[in-house]
Design a binder for this molecule. Structure first.
Ligand SMILES: *Cc1c(COP(=O)(O)O)cnc(C)c1O
Length: 411
């Protein structure tokens, strides 16, 4: 019989979101009239910007016209989109990134996982705790870890705790790690990193020959002008960092699918014979072999994000979610609950009141307020005692959920 990749058997059973769904289903079955509001999963709720829809409709028309029809496109994405990304997202912020260093893809989640294809199997790997589970699980699948312990930590990974004491930014490790995953603005904590903090990571990476895998999926939610949007705003980052970006959260493309990864041409890794090899060429080879590009229609939709109308409409979308975040922060604070994040990110990270565990607070909120959030412990052992509330929802739902929570918790 064919054998399987046994590394999959190391993955923790009962993944976070299925367990949330199970508890909600049990409660809903017993309380069919309870009006449940879900502030849990990190998916957007508002429709696609009109500029993007109009561009996609035009692109559909192209596909019906023999002269304009597009078959396979470049695996790296169309140059007209890559040039707009390079100019608007990077060069306008002083980042030395060329269109040829940008790879358009169908998602940052995929890219964060697929990037491991071009790295060796003996790298030491650091993640923050709590963390976006994709970084950890893809390393488990690739056989880069040992088994999981009862706290949910995998052997062989370096966990860097982030908590209120260190403002949710990890301390630079003393020992050398080869690959470091950083996500700013952070999911799940909503924290951001200052220029100085990122400079310290870049300095560390360059001193140790490490590579930073920088996930900037939420950069558009930054409101503080002093906070960097890209790792390439940091001196030296071209030589030590790959950046992931997505149209999912800024333009509501979670169901439409478009993202991008930046691999600078100056970024090197070591081959077994000790020589330096450019990662750009390896990623290009990987994508050309295993990926056939994002649909023309979707890339035209993404391009429209950079038009004046698209810029205004995506800004309005982000402002809408950030107003939700403000309401959540203020209402929870008024109810005497400590909150973090939610200022430069669409997530509010809540310290559970009365030292409740994350899951006890989840049950309490579900049963007494009919509000669903995400237990912090699901993002890692150091997330215990915290809880994530997402600002991705209608204003009506956010107001109603906060009304119920403040009524319940206000002393
Ligand atoms: C939502 C999200 C992404 C984007 O994923 P896509 O596959 O592009 O939709 C990337 N990283 C983090 C941390 C996210 O929360």
């Amino acid at each position: 019989m064919a054998t399987i990749n046994d590394n999959y058997l190391k993955l923790k059973a009962g993944y976070l979101f299925p367990e949330i769904a199970r508890r909600v289903a049990v409660f809903a079955e017993a309380n069919p009239d309870a009006p449940i509001i879900k502030l849990g999963i990190g998916d957007v709720t508002e429709p696609l910007p009109e500029a993007c829809r109009t561009a996609m409709v035009e692109a559909v028309k192209d596909m019906g016209d023999r002269d304009q029809f597009k078959g396979y496109g470049p695996e790296q994405g169309y140059l007209w989109l890559r040039e707009k990304v390079a100019q608007h997202d990077f060069q306008s912020r002083g980042c030395d990134i060329d269109a040829s260093e940008i790879f358009i893809s169908d998602g940052s989640k995929c890219d964060c996982g697929n990037i491991l294809d071009i790295f060796g199997s003996n790298n030491s790997i650091a993640v923050t705790d709590p963390v976006y589970p994709v970084y950890v699980d893809t390393n488990v699948m690739a056989g880069h870890t040992g088994p999981v312990n009862e706290k949910g930590e995998y052997g062989g990974l370096t966990y860097l705790p982030i908590n209120a004491e260190n403002a949710f930014t990890a301390s630079i490790p003393n020992e050398k790690v080869d690959l470091i995953y950083l996500c700013f603005p952070n999911n799940p904590t909503g924290a951001v990193a200052s220029k100085e903090h990122l400079q310290a990571w870049v300095n560390y990476a360059r001193a140790h020959g490490s590579i930073i895998l920088f996930d900037a999926a939420y950069e558009a939610f930054i409101t503080d002008p002093a906070i960097p949007h890209s790792i390439y705003e940091i001196e030296g980052a071209r030589d030590c960092a790959i950046e992931f970006r997505s149209f999912s959260k800024n333009a509501g493309f979670t169901g439409t699918r478009c993202a991008l990864t930046v691999v600078p041409k100056t970024l090197m890794g070591k081959a077994a014979d000790g020589s330096d090899v450019a990662l750009h060429g390896l990623w290009n080879r990987r994508q050309s072999t295993k990926f056939n590009g994002v649909s023309y229609i979707v890339q035209r939709g993404a391009e429209a994000v950079y038009s004046p109308e698209g810029q205004a409409q995506t800004k309005a979308l982000i402002d809408f979610y950030m107003e939700n975040a403000r309401i959540i922060r203020e209402q929870l604070t008024a109810a005497g609950i400590a909150v973090y994040g939610g200022v430069n990110a669409p997530y509010v990270w809540v310290k559970t009141p009365n030292d409740l565990t994350s899951w006890d607070f989840f049950d309490k909120l579900l049963h007494s307020c009919h509000v669903v959030g995400t237990p912090g412990s699901g993002f890692g052992a150091a997330g215990e005692g915290y809880f994530r509330i997402s600002a991705f929802n209608s204003r009506e739902n956010v107001n109603e959920a906060m009304r119920r929570v403040t009524e319940k918790f206000r002393a």
